[in-house]
Design a protein around this ligand. Structure first.
Ligand SMILES: *Cc1c(COP(=O)(O)O)cnc(C)c1O
Length: 480
């Protein structure tokens, strides 16, 4: 079936096929009235299982009809204003256009001879991002699959820069609300079980620098090596930004690698009103940015930036068939020399199209809008006796929990909040996230959709309170 290969003889089929798919998605997006239909795994599984993968339909329209049933109809739609759960953003159209282009051309960014201009475009965007951060003239970096991979690579570089033969003595310091990928990375890097030291946070969920200083002094006394401090610029739950200048001072004092995980907070790099929240990030040795969180880009789009390009050599290996040492000497730009991946998508094109069509200010304005909305949401929650809200947001998340008017067992309140989240998701009316604060169960709004209004937030809070009250009403015996 050579007619399915995209080439000079099939461009009409390509055009028609992709257009048909775009039409289906557009029709769905135009008519979704809820972020989710509430379909259960039990209801959906048999429909997916029933497909005979060895019997093709031989018809694009029929395959799309089937896909509509299996996926599009019941998908979770992040563009809906009542999707308030995780760090997923609605996507900007120039980026979706970029995605369509990059996947059809199918460049692979490992080597120049598989990408040409693609490599140069990625490099420009790395330079652009490093400049916005302020990393200085020797900065470099590479696009990655996401924040998890960026953090892993940053810590790999930090481990190599620590220059020790006793990895058992290496320690990473991160706040108690840092991302779990730091723990995963430590494990993958072969560090010991207790390699990650958790630093407590203040009441705003920012790393306590006094505690960090104390730990660094202790490691020094005990002959242990602080391989890296991971400061988070926008924690996943609270959006809190660790005190970067003070942390940078301590890292300078102890000659420790400073990694700033700005997977979420990177949108501030484009903000015209809040860029100062990232002050101090320019002193980092490495920075994680997830454009697929706060730059309104489709998954995947992420990067690792480093202050000193030379540190990327720790990820360099030469293969004769791909990127021989000779090529590096000839100054052929092979991005694989800087990456943990080999074959790699041209994700950078999405950000490129976004900057060329909309510009960075427009992206920053969108992110500012959701941060403003979170401030409004905080006021709503703080004024509402039905809810307890944890911290005033600096970015766009709100962590809160329903509390009944009557005195009630805290464990029952936990269950009521868990129930409310589940019931809300099953109804499809809205999607919210959950998390723990201390031992207690909380709920979370992650606001990344500028189309969401304060009225949406108020309506979802009413729904949550309704479900929680219903739960406590029905379980009063067990609750008291
Ligand atoms: C989301 C997130 C990550 C992980 O990024 P992925 O792109 O999901 O791999 C890391 N750190 C923080 C602070 C995050 O919010």
């Amino acid at each position: 079936m050579r007619s399915h290969l995209l080439n000079d003889t099939t461009t009409e089929r390509y055009r028609a096929s992709v257009t048909e798919g775009v039409e289906r998605v557009a029709a769905r997006i135009a008519t979704t009235s809820r972020p989710f239909t509430g379909v259960s795994p039990d209801a959906l599984t048999p429909r997916v299982e029933a497909v005979d993968l060895d019997t093709p339909l031989h018809d694009t329209g029929a395959a799309l009809d089937e896909l509509d049933e299996l996926y599009l109809r019941d998908a979770v739609y992040f563009h809906h204003p009542r999707y308030l759960a995780h760090l997923n953003c609605p996507v900007v159209i120039p980026a979706v256009l970029g995605e369509a282009v990059l996947t059809a051309v199918n460049s692979s960014l490992d080597t120049w001879d598989q990408s040409a201009g693609g490599t140069l475009i990625e490099r420009r965007l790395i330079d652009w991002t490093a400049e916005r951060i302020g990393l200085g003239p020797a900065a470099d970096g590479v696009f990655t699959s996401g924040g998890t991979q960026s953090n892993l690579q940053a810590l790999l570089l930090a481990r190599e820069e620590a220059k020790t033969d006793s990895p058992a003595r290496l320690r990473i310091l991160a706040s108690e609300v840092g991302h779990f990928s730091v723990q995963k990375a430590a494990k993958m890097l072969g560090l010991g079980q207790d390699a990650v030291i958790v630093i407590p946070t203040d009441r705003d969920k920012r790393m306590q620098t006094v505690a960090l200083a104390r730990e660094l002094a202790r490691l020094d006394r005990e002959g242990l090596i602080p391989m890296a401090v991971v400061a988070t610029a926008g924690t996943t739950d609270f959006g809190s930004i660790d005190p970067l200048p003070q942390i940078a001072d301590l890292c300078a004092q102890y000659e420790t690698w400073l990694h700033v995980d700005a997977a979420y907070g990177c949108g501030l790099l484009a903000s015209r009103t809040r860029r100062d929240l990232l002050d101090g990030i320019e002193r980092a040795d490495s920075v994680t940015v997830d454009y697929h969180k706060s730059f309104f880009q489709p998954v995947s789009s992420s990067a690792l930036l480093v202050r000193d390009a030379a540190t990327l050599r720790h990820a360099t290996y030469h293969a004769e068939y791909l990127n021989p040492r000779r090529a590096a000497m000839e100054r052929i730009p092979n991005q694989v020399d800087k990456s943990l991946q080999t074959t790699r998508r041209f994700d950078a094109l999405k950000l490129w199209m976004t900057l060329r069509v909309m510009g960075a200010d427009a992206i920053g304005d969108l992110f500012d809008e959701v941060c403003d909305l979170a401030a409004e949401g905080f006021d709503l929650l703080a004024a509402d006796p039905r809810f307890d809200v944890v911290v005033q947001p600096s970015l766009s998340t709100l962590v809160f929990r329903y509390i009944p008017a009557a005195i009630c067992d805290p464990a029952a309140i936990d269950r009521a909040n868990l129930y409310a989240r589940k019931a809300l998701f099953a109804s499809g009316a809205a999607a919210v996230a959950g998390t723990k604060v201390g031992d207690r169960q909380y709920l979370k709004f992650t606001l990344l959709n500028p189309e969401t209004t304060a009225a949406d937030i108020a309506a979802v809070l009413d729904l949550i309170a309704g479900h929680a009250e219903q739960y406590l009403g029905e379980n009063l015996d067990r609750a008291s």
